[in-house]
Write a protein that binds this ligand. Structure first.
Ligand code: AMP
Length: 483
């Protein structure tokens, strides 16, 4: 991180204020390199891993350049997974909060109707996975003619999971006059080819901090057998006694087996794999982020991009199938200026895989072939932590959301309510101006409006005697899940 501050980029006050509430005091390396180029509307090709602050590196300039008045989307961010879509969306919503930037997230396995409705209203930024994004474009529900910024995030992963064609089909229909940024952990030939084809003279940025990054995570491996793995896991977790830990397994079946075993042993744990309902996956990640449990057992769906602070230990219960996955898995710990530990269990027949990982990363993995039994003290400390009530962590944007109250009005599209009518009514309340009104969202039978500057109660009281579109309406605080 540098000594510079974000002031050097002449960002608007609304964005500087959110950055300070997020405690982003100094730009990270990737931000120092990307933000000035992006503000000049240059195309940029960036080799960078997650954990470097890359989301904000494109999020800050895009939020800065968004023209609030325009109704149609001005920026599209393509990401490989649904989890990442939500995470990127949250980061952009936070950064753009005081500029009232509306971010719409679109991905598969969730009802299309709500996404279509959201796109029909004022939307500044769309974050989406390629499949659903392409569907919405093809159906004419996502109108792209005012897009000025396109970001392809984790391009190598998109290619790896077979989304290349969809990404290309989207790029082909993007407006000619646009700015394109591409982020990838590796810049292999196919990524470069895409860049050559769809980007204009891109500035290439490669981050040279790899070595430092790697050395923040200590890596070791333990030789074991299928039969002894569970016992070994118990031993390692007792000795390490981590505050927060991800255990990676290769299959859903294995994840379930490990999670069942740990639950039986009263570990506070949760599981995550591709066979679960999307809603459950989202909830599990949120709960883990908020510290509701300390052990997450997961397949590689959790390896990429998911940003969870302070994971002290990653255990590869199974050695990962691909080498790149190993790097992503251990990248969940030692994130952004903290240190971490990664322990990999391997079978005799997997020795070569481990060596291949070492030669790929250029970092040696210490072999710990004799694991001593945990001492009595370690067992007691482990049990004490297991029984301790956990302190829930605040969400990252909590400070930003502090002065914001979301109200629900029981009238929406069906009652032909429009944002301007809500604004007119609220501005009719004494002491309230349009600067106190944040994002407005209208669905079939309800409307949601954010009240800023700590004036939620005042508006809630005042609006009870007012009418919206000629009628008095029921207005109350929106429930948490509707936020
Ligand atoms: P990313 O690489 O986008 O996944 O970001 C990694 C983590 O760094 C996230 O938790 C961000 O909230 C955090 N972050 C991004 N930029 C900054 C900054 N300038 N200062 C402190 N934390 C940051």
């Amino acid at each position: 991180m540098s000594d510079h501050t974000f002031k050097q980029y002449h960002l608007c006050n609304e964005i500087l204020e959110t950055l300070s509430l997020l405690k982003y005091n100094n730009p990270t390396k990737v931000q120092e390199l990307v933000i000035p180029a992006a503000l000049k509307n240059q195309d940029i090709l960036v080799k960078s891993r997650t954990g470097s602050g890359k989301t904000a590196s494109f999020g800050i300039p895009i939020c800065e350049m968004i023209d609030w008045e325009k109704k149609r989307p001005q920026a599209l961010i393509l990401v490989p997974t649904r989890e990442l879509a939500l995470q990127v969306s949250e980061e952009l919503s936070n950064i753009g909060r005081f500029k009232k930037i509306k971010v719409c997230t679109v991905f598969g396995r969730m009802p299309m109707k709500a996404q279509i409705q959201a796109l029909k209203q004022k939307t500044h930024i769309v974050v989406g996975t390629p499949g659903r994004t392409l569907d919405l474009i093809t159906r004419g529900d996502f109108i792209t003619d005012e897009l000025t910024h396109v970001v392809i995030d984790e391009a190598d992963e998109m290619f790896f999971i077979g989304l290349r064609e969809q990404v290309e089909s989207i790029l082909k229909v993007m407006p000619e006059k646009r700015n394109t940024m591409l982020f990838s952990a590796t810049l292999e030939e196919d990524v470069k080819k895409l860049a050559n084809q769809y980007m204009k003279d891109p500035v290439e940025i490669e981050l040279a901090e790899e070595e430092k990054e790697k050395s923040r995570t200590s890596q070791s491996a333990i030789l074991t057998s299928e039969r002894e793995k569970m016992e070994l896991l118990k031993k390692v977790t007792i000795t390490e006694n981590p505050d927060s830990c991800i255990i990676f397994a290769n299959t859903q079946k294995e994840v379930d087996a490990v999670a069942d075993y740990l639950s039986r042993n009263e570990y506070p744990c949760g599981r995550l794999h591709g066979g679960m309902e999307q809603r459950d996956r989202i909830r599990i990640i949120q709960d883990f982020k908020r510290n509701k449990f300390r052990y997450l057992i997961a397949t590689d769906v959790a390896a990429r991009g998911i940003d969870i602070d302070n994971i002290s230990l990653v255990i590869n219960y199974d050695i990962s199938r691909g080498i790149e996955n190993y790097v992503h898995r251990i990248g969940r710990t030692g994130r952004y200026e903290s240190t971490g530990k990664a322990i990999t269990f391997y079978l005799d027949k997997e020795k070569e895989k481990l060596e291949a990982i070492e030669s790929y990363t250029g970092v040696s993995i210490e072999r710990l072939d004799l694991i001593p039994e945990p001492t009595e003290l370690q067992k007691t400390e482990f049990m004490t932590k297991l029984k301790r009530r956990v302190q829930f962590k605040q969400e990252k944007g909590a400070k930003i959301n502090e002065g914001i109250t979301k109200l629900q009005i029981n009238a929406g599209k069906k009652a032909k309510i429009r944002p301007c009518e809500i604004v007119a009514t609220i501005c009719g309340i004494d002491g309230i101006t349009k600067d106190d009104i944040g994002i407005i969202q209208i669905v079939d039978t309800a409307s949601f409006v954010e009240i800023l500057n700590g004036k939620g109660n005042q508006v809630l009281k005042g609006i009870q005697t007012k009418t919206i579109k000629g009628k008095s309406r029921k207005v109350f605080r929106a429930r948490r899940e509707q936020h």
